[in-house]
Design a protein around this ligand. Structure first.
Ligand code: NDP
Length: 308
């Protein structure tokens, strides 16, 4: 039986692993369906403190992983597909059919950005296609930027991106916005934002060049398809928290995010949360790392209180 199993190997999971390993708890990290988490699909990270000249996202998470391994963390490929949190030790079933038992569990499974699933979208991530304006807006100074979505995230990202881009085009599939009135009004009154409603993006170009040069749009009212030149393409159509194995056990909100019971605690004693799986607001590498640290400290104190 393990002391601590950490689900997820993004910034939250890796930082939890560093702290738990340094506390001699020999944590086991299940790397999950996207080892390294969201940073593994980004390029340069310029806002993680401590890297004056920036750092490549995949390198940053790999550094964290190696740091955790140095102190005794064990990394395993795979993910939990089922969890029994009704009694301790907690029992996890993995995608390879194995089962694991653990005294404490840190859920750092993240929230996956929802993508449009366009033919070239995944190929251009990190090369103009992004799901995070805070992360990548800076690379598009005086460039043409497109944002897709009609919720608060899309409004916030479009407004934020006007600090960088010469123009921001906001594409939404209808005329009805889920965004709050105040956020929508702010975007509408921003002279740098052009609204393109009742429209969808059909594809992104240009994979042969290796970066974004434009998109094909379709007007859903007229049926007309046409191309527009863009340099940066931001998808802001929501996130999906990775909490499926915990439905009916952990307290989740209406969108599936873990509801915190203070600090890193969940409604189940001995199960802790870390990172984007609980955080729909900040979603930054540094906040996920901080949450991972909190979860590991809480797991350590909990185990100590139980005499382990
Ligand atoms: P939302 O679910 O609110 O909005 C998603 C948007 O994406 C909708 O407009 C939806 O269109 C559109 N969309 C979904 N799928 C597709 C698709 N396949 N193709 C095209 N468009 C699509 O997500 P958000 O991330 O914007 O917000 C999530 C939550 O976080 C909300 O509660 C929001 O209020 C909150 N939030 C708050 C902020 C703040 O207060 N500062 C900032 C950011 C988020 P449709 O409406 O047609 O379904």
């Amino acid at each position: 039986m393990d002391n601590v199993i950490i689900l997820g190997s993004g910034c939250a999971g890796n930082t939890a692993a560093i702290y738990a390993a340094r506390a001699n708890l020999k944590p086991v990290v299940l790397e999950g369906h996207e080892p390294g988490g969201q940073l593994s699909i980004t390029t340069e990270v310029e806002n993680f403190p401590g890297f004056v000249g920036g750092v490549q996202g995949p390198q940053l998470v790999e550094n964290m992983k190696q740091q955790a391994i140095r102190f005794g963390a064990e990394y395993r490929a795979g993910r939990a597909v089922k969890a029994d949190l009704s009694k301790r030790p907690f029992r996890l079933e993995l995608d390879d059919g194995m089962a694991l038992e653990t005294r404490t569990l840190i859920v750092a499974t993240g929230a996956s950005a929802r993508w449009l699933n366009l033919p070239n979208e995944q190929k251009l991530i990190g090369h103009g296609v992004s799901s995070c304006a805070t992360c990548d807006g800076f690379f598009h100074r005086e460039k043409l930027i497109m944002v897709v979505g009609g919720g608060d995230s899309a409004m916030e990202e479009a407004n934020f991106l006007t600090r960088f881009g010469s123009k921001v085009m906001m594409v939404h599939r209808s005329e009805n916005f889920r965004a709050s009135k105040i956020m929508l009004d702010r975007a509408r009154s921003n002279p740098k934002i052009e609204f393109i409603t009742n429209s969808i993006v059909e594809d992104i170009f240009d994979v042969s060049k290796g970066y974004v040069t434009g998109v094909q749009l379709k007007n859903l009212v007229t049926g007309e398809s046409y191309t527009r030149g863009v340099d940066g393409f931001f998808v802001a159509i929501g996130h999906i928290p990775n909490t499926k194995p915990f439905i009916g056990q952990l307290d989740l909100d209406e969108d599936g995010y873990i509801v915190s019971h203070g600090g890193a605690r969940t409604n189940i004693t001995g199960v802790f949360h870390a990172g984007d799986v609980q955080d729909r607001k900040y979603r930054q590498a540094i906040t996920a790392s901080a949450a991972g640290c909190m979860a590991a400290l809480e797991a350590e104190r909990f185990l100590e209180s139980e005499g382990h």
